[in-house]
Design a protein. Structure first.
Length: 272
């Protein structure tokens, strides 16, 4: 006589996007109960917390007052097609949880449940940016802040890519606890103590903060420049050899010119 179904047993959504939770019902037209009116109710449950999201009485065409803003039904489609889908106009973190669609007929009730998860990847910010110039033996402190993400599971790490293109993992650094913002999203940061005396950073490269989240992996990078590093590259060594040869040739030429002039002066004195 009555059946309730859903095509969306599990739904994921980004923050601020509209969400459709599918629910449809069917009644046997030959049953006298099908013409006696129906009611639809949507409820929310999460970790023991529950609330009424929406309630509609099809017989009186009455939509009950609730504290849930932005939750609607397509009333016309509900009566013509049995489409009891819930529409959330703007997804928020507090919408994550289980939703139960219940349809009532006189003496009968049927329901279906589905999960909604709001997934928002983090935004990354490295500071200081740009990084100050570093010298060998110096310890540089860098911080990466991940903000505006949900759910709260997040993995933060650092990596360094040198001028030669080789990457080197630097670990997770010192990671702070989670902080929750007014909109329900979370933030977390990591601080890296970069010791240039123990790490082979060459002349520098690219320092990257990596955040692995359910919503995707995010990266933020800054350039690191090391001045006066102790190990010169092959190109630097060749340049220094070239400069030395030029200076040697210049010194020899000046010395030869000076010696030749001195001999000429002595010769003139003898003839005089």
């Amino acid at each position: 006589i009555l059946s309730v179904t859903s095509k969306t047993a599990s739904v994921q959504s980004r923050l601020g996007e509209p969400v459709l939770l599918d629910c449809g019902f069917w009644t046997d037209p030959s049953s006298p109960l099908s013409g006696s009116g129906f009611a639809v109710e949507w409820r929310y449950q999460f970790r023991g917390d529950g609330r009424l999201v929406l309630a509609y009485d099809g017989k009186t065409d009455h939509l009950a007052d609730t504290e849930e803003e932005g939750a609607t039904l397509d009333i016309d489609s509900l009566h013509k097609k049995g489409n009891a889908s819930l529409i959330l106009q703007e997804a928020k973190v507090r919408h994550s949880g289980m939703y139960i669609c219940t349809v009532y007929l006189p003496y009968l009730v049927a329901q279906v449940a589905m999960e909604l998860e709001i997934v928002e990847p983090p935004s990354l910010l490295i500071h200081p940016s740009p990084l100050p110039l570093a010298v060998p033996g110096q310890t540089l402190t860098v911080q990466c802040e991940a903000s505006g993400f949900a759910p709260l599971t997040l993995e933060l790490s650092w990596e360094f890519k040198g001028a030669d293109g080789k990457s080197m993992p630097l670990g997770s650094g010192s990671v702070t606890g989670h902080r929750q913002a007014w909109d329900g999203t979370y933030s977390q940061s990591t601080r890296l103590e970069l010791d240039t005396s123990t790490l082979d950073l060459g002349s520098g490269g690219e320092l990257t903060c990596v955040a692995v989240h359910l919503g995707g992996t995010r990266r933020a990078s800054v350039n690191l420049n090391v001045i006066g590093f102790s190990t010169p590259s092959i190109e630097d060594s060749m340049a220094m050899v070239g400069v030395a040869l030029v200076l040697y040739g210049l010194i020899k030429f000046v010395s030869w010119s000076f010696t030749g002039s001195e001999r000429q002066v002595k010769k003139n004195k003898v003839h005089g």
